[in-house]
Design a protein around this ligand. Structure first.
Ligand code: NAP
Length: 264
């Protein structure tokens, strides 16, 4: 299937690692030009070079996205270099464990890391997205639907992202801009590995958590998240907007206690 993404200028925040890097690879494989925006310029340059070596194109913009000024500058730089923006994948984020015990200032800080850049980048890119009849794909989290405990800032941010999927889907339908969200649950990425390293028995945790995922008793891969992202970005999904999709092996919505007959 031709996903009709050739030559599209696609901003991927946090595109140097994990799910973001898989999205960058997937867009490049479709002939799009992913713009890797984030804090890890060496990883990003390495990824962009690998794509170039395979005959593709990618660009890198270093930015710490928790500052509004940085978001404005990122969009200005992309427009200067590439002349337009066809889509944004809002992927950068961190489950930073800012809980009710933290200060209100810490809570605002967590929103800055997780959701304010989603608004700011979209705000500054809006005119270009209108011109290109572009797309937005957000990378949310199961935490928005189920909670996790001890992570108010992250939960609020991903909940806001899900709400903005509906709000912007409606706002932007008049311009032909589609807004959708991919909501992962358990994906082994550098972020997840860092968090697992803080546990007493990470291997035990991994075994037990995998057992709770109905489809295949395994984590979702970054590539599976990226495949859904690219599909939602593509005109092939041209009448899909305001949707939250859960490529998570059924973890968020299916009964995790169920065991097939004869297996209990
Ligand atoms: P990851 O491995 O940490 O990769 C995220 C990338 O984004 C990193 O390169 C990181 O920079 C960058 N980044 C984060 N915040 C940034 C900021 N404020 N400014 C600039 N760059 C920033 O994370 P991941 O696991 O792939 O997660 C990607 C997205 O999926 C996140 O929004 C996360 O909440 C969501 N998600 C992940 C899972 C999962 O199981 N992994 C589950 C649900 C949702 P550094 O290189 O400096 O860290």
């Amino acid at each position: 299937m031709d996903l009709q993404l050739k030559g599209k200028i696609v901003v991927v925040t946090g595109g140097a690692k994990g799910i973001g890097a898989a999205c960058v690879e997937a867009f490049a494989a479709e002939g799009a030009v992913p713009i890797i925006v984030g804090r890890s310029p060496q990883d990003a340059q390495k990824l962009a070079k690998e794509i170039a070596d395979r005959g593709g194109r990618a660009d890198v913009i270093e930015a710490e996205l928790s500052s509004e000024d940085a978001c404005r500058d990122v969009i200005a730089k992309i427009l200067e270099r590439h002349g337009r923006i066809d889509g944004i994948v809002h992927n950068a984020g961190v489950n930073d464990g800012v809980s009710l015990r933290h200060s209100p200032a810490d809570f605002v800080g967590s929103l800055g890391k997780n959701i304010l850049h989603v608004f700011a980048l979209t705000h500054y890119a809006l005119d270009s997205l209108i011109e290109t009849r572009g797309f937005i794909v957000n990378i949310s989290s199961k935490v928005a639907d189920t909670g996790q405990g001890g992570t108010s800032g992250y939960a609020a941010s991903k909940g806001a992202m899900n709400a903005l999927t509906r709000e912007w889907g409606l706002d932007l339908a008049q311009y032909g801009i589609r807004v959708n969200t991919v909501s992962p649950a358990e994906v082994m990425t550098p972020l997840y590995e860092r968090w697992m390293a803080t546990l007493d028995e990470p291997e035990k945790f991994l075994r037990e958590r995998s057992a709770l995922i109905p489809l295949g008793n395994r984590f979702t891969t970054s590539e599976e998240i990226a495949a859904m992202t690219v599909f939602l970005a593509s005109p092939v999904s041209g009448h899909t907007t305001g949707q939250i999709v859960y490529p998570d092996g059924g973890y968020t919505h299916l009964d995790r206690a169920y065991r097939p007959a004869g297996d209990s």
